[in-house]
Design a protein around this ligand. Structure first.
Ligand SMILES: Cc1cc2nc3c(=O)[nH]c(=O)nc-3n(C[C@H](O)[C@H](O)[C@H](O)COP(=O)(O)OP(=O)(O)OC[C@H]3O[C@@H](n4cnc5c(N)ncnc54)[C@H](O)[C@@H]3O)c2cc1C
Length: 210
């Protein structure tokens, strides 16, 4: 990776990139990973981009918005995000808590076939979703915006920073793409984070700090 590689995309970084391209062409945004975080981010960028200054591409490693795991429960602040995105209706339709407020039962399994239930918890003010349905709702949401493109089977392997203004993202299938800003929403084993930290470590080493 060339010097001055990927940097953390904070507010000031995004603002400086936006000002450098504003008026000439839309800012090219690459979101690596189309999980809950990537889809929410893309939706938020598109919803509040009233001047259409952003082109957003989600690069997702898998072949569709599939989801492993069963349920997802959300409360308070997450609701506020969903509400701000305008997803109240879609999510109300798949909220399991609306049908039954039964969340978890805790039981002793050593007392008969059914065990002995000793605690029963409710969703309270939360809402419960089937994970696949929740992610599909977010997938449908981003599909409403022509400024958001989704590319499946694009597993990021590395990031190059060949010019001061652009990044090149490199995928496992050998293809590449150019962008102005990269967001890493590629989960707990994030390649984006890995690339950023490696670059930071290299520049610190070069500077003789380590
Ligand atoms: C058992 C369990 C139960 C949980 N229950 C809850 C709950 O009830 N409520 C709650 O709020 N949270 C819950 N969480 C946490 C929640 O699931 C996570 O915080 C959330 O899924 C993180 O979303 P994400 O989009 O950041 O990452 P992920 O869901 O991991 O999505 C990352 C995406 O990036 C893609 N990707 C990965 N690498 C690459 C790459 N190199 N290039 C391109 N794409 C890539 C992946 O395919 C994936 O689609 C739970 C977690 C677990 C493990």
């Amino acid at each position: 990776m060339a010097s001055g590689g990927p940097t953390l995309c904070n507010d000031s970084h995004l603002a400086s990139r936006m000002s450098s391209v504003s008026g000439t062409r839309p800012l090219q945004i690459a979101i690596i990973g189309g999980g809950i975080a990537g889809l929410c981010l893309a939706g938020t960028l598109a919803k509040f981009d009233s001047e259409r200054k952003l082109n957003v591409v989600i690069y997702e490693a898998t072949s569709s918005f599939q989801e492993v795991g069963a349920g997802l429960t959300i409360w308070g602040r997450s609701f506020q995000v969903m509400h701000a995105l305008g997803l109240d209706e879609e999510l109300a339709a798949i909220n399991m808590a609306a049908a039954s407020n039964h969340y978890f039962s805790y039981r002793r399994s050593d007392q008969g076939d059914e065990g002995h239930e000793f605690v029963r918890r409710t969703f309270g003010k939360g809402a419960g979703y089937h994970r696949a349905q929740f992610r599909a709702a977010l997938g449908n949401y981003v599909a409403r915006y022509p400024s958001i493109q989704v590319e499946f089977n694009k597993k990021l392997v590395s990031i190059n920073h060949d010019t001061p203004s652009e990044y090149q993202v490199v995928f496992k299938d050998g293809t590449t793409a150019q962008c102005d800003v990269i967001f890493g929403t590629d989960g707990i084993r994030s390649r984006v984070r890995d690339a950023m930290l490696r670059t930071a470590a290299t520049s610190v080493k070069r500077a003789g700090v380590l």
